[in-house]
Design a binder for this molecule. Structure first.
Ligand SMILES: Nc1ncnc2c1ncn2[C@@H]1O[C@H](COP(=O)(O)OP(=O)(O)OP(=O)(O)O)[C@@H](O)[C@H]1O
Ligand SMILES: [Mg+2]
Length: 413
């Protein structure tokens, strides 16, 4: 009655078996090589009988034989399991792993083999288990402790998740840098073009201005009032066009800084002397005379003058402008807070674009130039504004400048 390497076990014969040697003899018969194989194999091995209830449902199983590797891999002693049911040998097993009894019951009762991985909670190990049926009502399991392999897999998965995250983050950064580069290149090209157009417009404008002057001088006395009015319009339009060209050239030329020592207060004091503050505007100067900063004072003054002028324009009736300075780490932050008309989201989104203005007499170059100057200092300019309530511009620049001397001026890396 031989099936594979097993001797079909006669239940009666087995029931009379006692002692490990005898049990093994029942299972392997006289097949000594086979017996030696199971004793010496690296995999754990257990031969068990399924125990069913009156409805033939599996409720427990009994260990009939286990090999040395079973002991080594599970840490359970042969003497504590052989001849015992699993519920006796491993307390709480049914509650923790009810699925095992289902699987072994299926294998022992249907004869179909199954293979699965399980994290075996009572022993805190991962097992790869192959279960098959040598005889109806019995099952054998061959298993391996795959805890280390599982830990490596988990680590790998963790690394791969981390890697995926890092790759996604880097890809995002790269695409942002790329967008910025494309934008910067476009702006540089537009800037260069604007500079050239501005330059080229200068000569014809000067020619027009001279021609107008000539005609005005020649015909001045005999001109009627309407024509005189028209000449005034031509002259002021030429001046306006010239200012636009000045701004265009200023905006498009490379910025080189002449760095000198200053303090937040010294910059503001000078500006407040230069700018005429209307009577209906109250200025609160909260700038500090610390720390000493290194800036191109002329250029930073231009930035602050434009911010102050904008704030004044935003408070046509009355209002307060507060200027503050404070050191944040290696940077100095200036804030200009007005109680003016504020701005819409649409205005905010176009604020730093050249030629954007909402003012009848505005050029729309103020903030665009401010941004260039602040960025040339390695700084940032930002805005917060609420329509009808007011606006705060914040200018942050490093206290110290990393200088690279180029020609007569300084260029920044
Ligand atoms: N403090 C502020 N409050 C409300 N709106 C502001 C403020 N500062 C700037 N703006 C808005 O931003 C626009 C652009 O300002 P920017 O200084 O660049 O140009 P401008 O003042 O219009 O003209 P320019 O400064 O060239 O004479 C302004 O026209 C205005 O609509
Ligand atoms: Mg302005």
């Amino acid at each position: 009655m031989q099936s594979g390497s097993f001797v079909e076990v006669d239940s009666e014969k087995q029931a009379n078996c006692s002692g490990e040697c005898k049990i093994q003899q029942c299972i392997f018969g006289e097949d000594l090589p086979c017996k030696a194989l199971f004793e010496n194999m690296f995999n754990g091995f257990a031969y068990c009988k399924i125990i069913t209830d009156e409805k033939n449902e599996p409720v427990d199983f009994k260990y009939i034989m286990v090999n040395d590797s079973f002991e080594r891999l599970t840490g359970l002693k042969k003497a504590d399991v052989v001849g015992k049911t699993v519920t006796e040998a491993i307390k709480g097993i049914k509650e923790v792993h009810p699925e095992l009894l289902d699987i072994y019951g299926r294998v022992a009762l249907t004869g179909k083999k199954e293979q699965f991985e399980v994290y075996f909670k009572p022993l805190d190990i991962w097992l790869l288990i192959s279960a098959y049926c040598p005889k109806k009502g019995y099952f054998s399991v061959v298993f391996d402790n795959i805890t280390e392999q599982k830990q490596v897999e988990e680590k790998l998965e963790e690394y791969s998740r981390g890697l995926e995250y890092t790759v996604a983050a880097r890809t995002r950064e790269l695409s942002e840098v790329n967008d910025r580069l494309v934008k910067a290149e476009r702006f540089a090209a537009i800037g260069e073009l604007a500079g050239m157009v501005g330059h080229d417009l200068r000569n014809p404008l000067t020619a027009i201005k001279n021609a107008v002057y000539y005609v005005d001088r020649k015909q001045g006395v005999s001109m009627d009032a309407k024509t005189k009015e028209m000449f005034k319009v031509i002259n002021s339009s030429i001046n306006h066009a010239n200012k636009i060209i000045d701004n265009l050239l200023e905006y498009s030329k490379e910025i080189s800084l002449e760095i000198e020592e200053a303090t937040p207060k010294s910059l503001l004091d000078y500006i407040l002397l230069m700018v005429q503050i209307p009577d209906h505007i109250k200025i609160r100067d909260r700038t500090q005379d610390q720390p000493t900063i290194w800036v191109d004072s002329n250029k930073m003054e231009r930035v602050f003058i434009n911010l102050i002028k904008n704030a004044i324009d935003a408070m046509p009736e009355k209002g307060t402008l507060e200027v503050r300075s404070r050191q944040i780490g290696e940077n100095i932050e200036f804030t200009f807070t007005d109680t003016g008309i504020g701005m819409s989201e649409q205005t905010k989104s176009k604020l730093f674009m050249p030629l954007f203005t909402t003012k009848a007499q505005g050029m729309g170059f103020g903030l665009a130039i401010c941004k260039r100057i602040v960025e040339a200092h390695g700084g940032k300019i930002s805005v917060e504004s609420t329509l009808g309530k007011g606006t705060t511009f914040a200018v942050t620049i490093p206290v110290e400048q990393k200088l690279k001397v180029k020609g007569n001026g300084y260029n920044f890396s």
